[in-house]
Design a protein around this ligand. Structure first.
Ligand SMILES: [Zn+2]
Length: 199
């Protein structure tokens, strides 16, 4: 099984950052997603998992190029032997959004199995304290979205929106060492469980 980790955005992407909080801290989504991606990569690599960072650059690599890279690898390893996880932080624009959610492309694919594993583990890890946002209209907890990276990739792909960077409580959790460790853990555990159940 080949695992591809995608990190949202680049250092040149406008917006995609938290407000600067009163203590001077601020989250930049491109930088944060890379830190989480690197942590997931290191931990799974240490467990012998074949894992690759889709975007090694710090600049924003266009979605079409991200999808092209993923599809090239999926063609080599086989669509069902490749998985893509794209890591993001959410923003509501109002500062009032909170919690965690996961997206797949519309319709039932293997991505829904992976998303459900993520959702269940997120609910176990964070459910008592945080809102785990679910869209249950189609019987599972993931959100069906027409995101380019989900629709244009040939392998199962999910996109995690890890808490809201424009909500101060969420953002302080994201920036804390425990928050980072837990978000990395969620991704590591979910990918390992998928490999165990479906690979
Ligand atoms: Zn994003």
């Amino acid at each position: 099984m080949k695992i591809l980790i995608d990190n949202g955005h680049g250092e040149n992407t406008p917006g995609k950052r938290s407000p600067k909080w009163s203590d001077g801290s601020q989250l930049f989504e491109w930088e944060y997603a890379r830190e989480i991606a690197r942590g997931v990569y290191n931990q799974l690599r240490a467990k012998g998992i074949d894992i690759e960072l889709l975007v090694k650059e710090n600049i924003d690599v266009p979605l079409a190029e991200r999808a092209r890279r993923a599809n090239e690898i999926a063609a080599r390893y086989g669509k069902t032997k490749t998985l893509l996880v794209s890591i993001h932080c959410n923003a509501s624009g109002t500062g009032k959004g909170t919690g965690w959610e996961i997206h797949t492309s519309p319709g039932k694919t293997k991505a829904d199995d992976l998303a459900q594993i993520f959702w269940d583990i997120a609910n176990r890890m964070f459910g008592g304290t945080w809102k785990i946002r679910g869209d249950w209209s189609d019987g599972d907890g993931d959100w069906e979205s027409n995101f380019y990276i989900l629709k244009k990739t040939s392998c199962p792909a999910v996109l995690t929106e890890n808490f809201f960077m424009d909500n101060e409580t969420d953002c302080k959790f994201l920036l804390s060492p425990e928050g980072k460790a837990q978000i990395i853990q969620l991704h590591v555990d979910s990918i390992l469980k998928y490999i165990e159940d479906y690979a």
